[in-house]
Design a protein around this ligand. Structure first.
Ligand SMILES: NC(=O)c1ccc[n+]([C@@H]2O[C@H](COP(=O)([O-])OP(=O)(O)OC[C@H]3O[C@@H](n4cnc5c(N)ncnc54)[C@H](OP(=O)(O)O)[C@@H]3O)[C@@H](O)[C@H]2O)c1
Length: 352
C-alpha cells in the first residue's frame, strides 16, 4: 500500500480513534481546543515538511524535500469530491481561490452536475462515477446525511479505495466520522468537518466563509491533515465530541433553522393582522437585528423582553388563545416558548 500521491501521514495516522486531539479533557468546557495543536499535528502529519523519516509509520518514507514548508506541502494535496452540492461547491471554491490544494476529480449523481461544479469551482475534472475517480490524499463526501454511508460504501468498493488508503471527510453536523466505516476497514482515516454556516446559496456562502467556525471530530491522522486546510481556506476549526453530535447539531438547528421558521410565522402573523408585506419585512429586520445585537452583548437571559418575561400573564394567555385559533401549530409553539421564556427570565436558563 502506498500513499495517494506521495504525501505521507506520520504516527498519528496509525493511532486510530484515540484521544481526540485539540479537545480539552475539561468536562466543563468540552469544546475548547488547544491552539498549539494544529501546528504540531500538521508537522507530524506531513513529515515531508521536516524531511524526517518516521520509523514504524504505515507509510514509512516521506518525499525527500527537506525545505518544503507547510504551505508547499499542502499545495501538493490532491482532493476529490463526491456530492457537488451547496457545501461541496463552497469548500472547493474556497480551496481553488486560495490555491491551498489541488482540486482533482468531482463526481455527483449526474455528469451534468459534476460539470457545473467544475465551472463554479474553476478547477478540477468532472467524472461520471466514483469508480472513475483517481486516487487522492483527501476525499470530501459532501452528500446529504442520508447518503454518507452509501457514498462511503460505494467508494470502499472501488479498487482505488482498497489499493490506496487515504483520508475521507464528511460535512454532517449530526453524524460522526464513523458513518464512513467501510473505508476504515480498508485502513482509511476518517473525520467529520461541520462548517457552522447556512449554505443556502454557494456563491454567497463562498463570500461568507471567512472566519466560519468548523466543528471537527474523528481519527487523529485525518484531523491532522484537514485542520490546517480549514484554517488555510479561512475557517476556524474547533473540536467536538463524537458522542455529543446529536445535541451539538441541535444547537445549530435552534440558532439557525428554527429562527427562520419563527420569522416565517411572524411574517404570516403580520399578514393576518393586515400589515403590508414590505412593512412586515422591515419590522422583522429591525427586531431581528436588535435581538442579535442584544444577545451578543448581554447574553440570552438579559436580552429577553416581551410579555412572558415581564410576567404579563393575561397577555400571554389571551395571545396564546388568539394564535391557537388562527394557527393551531403556532399556538402550541407560543405556549411552549412562553414557558421557557418565563423560566429563562427566572433562572437564567431554559432547563428545568
Ligand atoms: N446546507 C447547509 O447549510 C449545511 C451546513 C453545514 C453542513 N451541511 C452538511 O453538508 C452535507 C451536504 O449538504 P448540502 O446542503 O451541500 O447538500 P446538497 O446541496 O443537497 O448537496 C448534496 C450533493 O450530493 C449529491 N448526492 C446525493 N446523493 C449522492 C450519492 N449517493 N452519490 C453522489 N452524490 C450524491 C447531490 O446530487 P443531486 O443534486 O443530484 O441530488 C448534491 O449534488 C450534509 O452532510 C449536510 O448536513 C450542510
Amino acid at each position: 500500500m502506498k500513499p495517494a500521491s506521495g504525501i505521507v501521514f506520520g504516527r498519528q495516522a496509525q493511532s486510530g480513534r484515540g484521544r481526540m486531539h485539540g479537545v480539552s479533557e475539561n468536562r466543563n468546557c468540552p469544546l475548547s481546543i488547544d491552539p498549539q495543536w494544529s501546528r504540531r499535528a500538521f508537522i507530524d502529519a506531513v513529515p515531508a515538511c521536516s524531511g524526517r523519516d518516521r520509523p514504524g509509520s504505515r507509510f514509512p518514507r516521506g518525499i525527500p524535500l527537506p525545505t518544503m514548508d507547510r504551505r508547499q506541502a499542502m499545495e501538493r494535496l490532491k482532493i476529490n469530491l463526491i456530492g457537488p452540492g451547496k457545501v461541496g461547491l463552497t469548500i472547493l471554491r474556497r480551496i481553488a481561490m486560495t490555491g491551498a490544494c489541488t482540486v482533482q476529480d468531482i463526481a455527483g449523481r449526474s455528469i451534468e452536475k459534476a460539470e457545473a461544479a467544475v465551472a463554479f469551482v474553476g478547477a478540477g475534472a468532472a467524472v461520471r462515477s466514483v469508480a472513475d475517480m483517481r486516487q487522492a490524499d483527501l476525499w470530501l463526501l459532501t452528500v446529504p446525511d442520508s447518503q454518507v454511508a452509501t457514498a462511503a460504501a460505494e467508494l470502499a468498493a472501488t479498487p482505488t479505495a482498497s489499493d490506496t488508503p487515504s483520508v475521507a471527510v464528511h460535512c454532517s453536523g449530526f453524524l460522526p466520522a464513523d458513518e464512513m466505516k467501510p473505508l476504515r476497514a480498508l485502513g482509511w482515516q476518517l473525520a467529520s468537518l461541520h462548517p457552522v454556516l447556512t449554505f443556502a446559496e454557494p456563491a454567497k456562502a463562498v463570500s461568507h466563509f471567512d472566519g466560519v467556525s468548523c466543528g471537527m471530530e474523528g481519527d487523529a491522522g485525518a484531523l491532522a491533515l484537514v485542520e490546517p486546510l480549514v484554517t488555510e481556506i479561512g475557517g476556524m476549526p474547533f473540536g467536538i465530541r463524537s458522542e455529543a453530535k446529536a445535541i451539538y447539531h441541535a444547537a445549530a438547528v435552534f440558532s439557525s433553522n428554527f429562527n427562520v421558521v419563527l420569522q416565517a410565522i411572524a411574517r404570516e402573523a403580520w399578514a393576518k393582522a393586515g400589515v403590508p408585506d414590505d412593512v412586515a419585512a422591515a419590522l422583522n429586520a429591525t427586531l431581528m437585528s436588535a435581538c442579535t445585537d442584544n444577545v451578543m452583548e448581554l447574553g440570552p437571559a438579559r436580552a429577553l423582553t416581551g410579555p412572558a418575561s415581564r410576567g404579563d400573564q393575561r397577555v400571554v394567555d389571551e395571545q396564546e388563545a388568539a394564535v391557537r385559533s388562527w394557527h393551531p401549530d403556532a399556538g402550541e409553539i407560543y405556549r411552549e416558548m412562553s414557558v421557557l421564556a418565563q423560566r429563562l427570565k427566572r433562572t437564567g436558563g431554559t432547563l428545568e
